[in-house]
Design a protein around this ligand. Structure first.
Ligand SMILES: Nc1ncnc2c1ncn2[C@@H]1O[C@H](COP(=O)(O)OP(=O)(O)OP(=O)(O)O)[C@@H](O)[C@H]1O
Ligand SMILES: [Mg+2]
Length: 217
């Protein structure tokens, strides 16, 4: 079966004084949920950004959903990011001047056709149908993260990359957000790769890998 992700011997450094990744190998199956843990500064975000093509490795190969990322040009990479991967970060990065519904529809503006129905349906699914016309500033932290998850899903990606998505939430909020991510993973076959500092949260995923000394253990 086709792998959702194949990383081979990924290296990345910020100049010779700061090697970060020094030979990362990883395979992820379609529909799997994987947690990446490791000490602060060990390179988790760098790795996630390489998987999502927001950053390039110095060497090695990255294959996502059958696509060899290093063979794509800028335009093809932009299309890949927009259609195939969804990103959720620690801070929601929602546009403060736009409503909840508008925020969720932003990624789809690049594509043709109306996606309002899907946006409304997904927001209903995450319990936010009564907040469609509010601004992010009027929501709780957990509600904002749920909007960020919906925005990440609007173009039906096959892979969701989440970098400390629960980092700004309290324990109950973090657990609820993970409930949502795991439900989407289970019900929609969405492959989930999540970076977290929390071992109890990490252990709720199918598999946990630790990044240490530039490689996965
Ligand atoms: N643009 C950059 N220029 C120089 N060094 C960088 C840059 N981005 C990251 N680094 C360094 O690379 C290392 C890995 O950073 P990264 O953000 O990937 O770590 P992390 O594991 O996500 O940390 P945290 O758990 O704190 O989020 C750190 O030492 C960081 O200082
Ligand atoms: Mg990080």
């Amino acid at each position: 079966m086709r792998k959702m992700l194949m990383l081979e011997q990924i290296t990345k450094g910020y100049g010779p004084a700061t090697p970060v990744l020094s030979g990362v190998d990883l395979e992820v199956q379609p529909g799997e949920s994987l947690a990446i843990v490791g000490e602060s500064g060990c390179g988790k975000s760098t790795l996630l950004n390489i998987i999502g093509s927001l950053d390039q490795p110095d060497s090695g190969s990255v294959c996502v959903d059958g696509e060899d990322l290093l063979s794509l040009n800028e335009k093809e990479l932009a299309a890949f990011r927009n259609r195939r991967v969804g990103f959720v970060f620690q801070l929601h990065h929602l546009l403060p001047q736009c409503t909840v519904l508008e925020n969720v529809m932003v990624p789809s503006l690049i594509q043709s056709g109306s996606v309002k129905d899907r946006a409304v349906e997904l927001l209903d699914r995450v319990g936010l149908s009564h907040r469609l016309d509010h601004r992010p500033g009027e929501l709780s932290g957990g509600e904002r993260q749920r909007v960020a998850v919906v925005r990440a899903l609007i173009n039906r990606p096959s892979l969701l990359l989440a970098d400390e998505p629960t980092g700004a939430l309290n324990e109950a909020g973090a657990s609820e957000l993970l409930d949502l991510l795991l439900e989407l993973n289970r019900d929609e076959g969405l492959t989930l790769i999540m970076v977290t500092h929390s071992m109890p949260l990490a252990e709720r995923l199918d598999r946990v890998v630790t990044l240490s000394n530039g490689a996965l253990q």
